[in-house]
Design a binder for this molecule. Sequence first.
Ligand code: AMP
Length: 117
Amino acid sequence: MCIFCKIVNKEIPNNTVAENENFLAFHDLYPKAPIHILIIPKKHVDCFQDASPETMAGLTTFAQEVARKVGVDNSGYRLITNNGEDGGQEVKHLHFHMLGGVKMPWDHTHEDNHKSL
Ligand code: AMP
């Protein structure tokens, strides 16, 4: 069983922000922004590439609720998922990072961004 399934099953503790029947949001253990929340489906899905439209529809509404709950719905946030090896996905259970509480940097100039274009 993967680590996020163990969190869903309460075998590993987590700092819950919000949950409903199908989704769970909890604070990332190693935050990379003042607000860093992980949003996951309770049912195991490996990654975004395997996610169904139904899962994504529910996750969208849930993520918007989470943003309101932690007060970044107006100030803004970044919502990202790392998909697979090249995407840098470490935990193989679909999750979205909600990052906020600070103006997020975005490096448009990095030469690696242009190499394959
Ligand atoms: P990714 O690299 O996209 O797979 O992100 C995995 C994220 O899970 C990282 O930001 C980790 O800090 C976070 N993480 C790993 N284990 C836990 C845990 N037990 N509780 C909360 N966050 C975790």
